[in-house]
Design a protein around this ligand. Sequence first.
Ligand code: HEM
Length: 435
Amino acid sequence: MARTEPRTAQNTMKCPVRPEDVDLFSPGAQEHWYEAYPILHAQSPVHRIPGEGSVPGTDGFILTRYEDIVRVVMDPDRYPPGLTTPPKPGPDGAMPQLNAMIVSILSLRPTETLWRAHKDELTDPWVGSGATRHDDMIEAAANALIDQWIDQGKVDFVGQFARLLPQIVMANVLGFPHEDIPRMEIWGAAQVAAFVHGHGHRNLLTPEQAIEQMRSLAGFADYVADWVVEKRLRPKDDMISWLTQVTYSPLNRKLTDIEINGIVYAMMIGGLETTQYAMAEQAQLFCEDPELYRTVRGDRSKLRAFVEESLRLRSPTQGLSTRVTIQDEEFQGVAVPAGSLLHMRWAAANRDPQEWECPNDLQLDRKAVTRHVTFSRGSRSCPGSGISRQEQLIAWTCLMDRIEALEYGAGNTFEHQPGIMLGLYALQLNFRKAS
Ligand code: HEM
């Protein structure tokens, strides 16, 4: 049986033993996340974070039970979204990129019904249920990356594959030229800065960090705006061109430039790093259990279940504080007053022993294997789950076609980045090329 706990780096943070030791958010906490979850499940499934609610004088609560998280995300009227990262103005008072996303949310999807329509009509055709349209492109991109190191017998799987593939895929989907990918990487990192360097469960940046974020994002709004103008004039076969042409049926009109800019911002913030993290965890699961790699390689019909189980066991987005209570509530007998900010700990719910039989085992024959909450659930669930799944499936199909066996290489520290993502900095692999 595969070892399913992530390898972790040495660090100064002490391994939790009691609920009061649990800290999921300080730098280094990620190295003990999977030791903290059983403690929370057994002793504090609704874990209070004093003083960190949605407004001063309220608290945050970490939800770790599957049933509680599903209850919340499936009832958006009762548990409306709260902004995880309250926008802060930059030095000149402007936040053009975030403003575009907020403008686009307010004008295109201010209600639950419109949120659904937005997904159905504007993102699903490209990154959701319609993502299979990109299969050939993803396969070509994956093979081109593998070509660059397949004869070397070793690779930094993160730096030479898992990070690059989602960047190339999203550049192709949006219709950005490949020479701009290095700039996209800088902008993408700035966009997710709060989720990596932000403080506590609310991912708060200091004023200095917010200024640095704005500095790094300089140019992105203009870059996208210029492409929107260009694609309106000379549409090609890409998502931005299509967004300039489409009629959004609930409003019976075409989209404005700033609305398209906002959608592009959302695609970039969600579409780059998360899939990278998923593939890096999958490579580790295979290194931990060579028989698992042989089994899935020998019977590709098992690949889909492997991907879903890995997303459950090693969820890239471990948790998000994205819902608030608007009335007094109770979860698992714990009173949660109105105004509380709920931290949805997807990764813990995915190992909840009350929901999953043998929660820590990777089972290729698990029933209803997609019911994990890695992409959340309901109308507000991740709009990019379709393309992320296709990237993972196609990446491993290409890798398995060309690699017979793989193992850890030298020099791995297994150190994870800070923040709320399960993000490994680097992963050295040795492999035997398929004949
Ligand atoms: C393994 C990869 C991914 C994981 C684990 C993931 C996970 C999530 C989760 C948990 C949420 C929050 C949903 C909620 O609050 O109910 C979310 C939202 C979101 N995700 Fe993903 N995601 C992934 C890939 C992607 C990709 C590839 C894209 C874009 C192409 C994307 C775009 C978004 C956007 C835009 C949102 C915000 C919600 C919205 O604007 O509709 N994600 N994602």
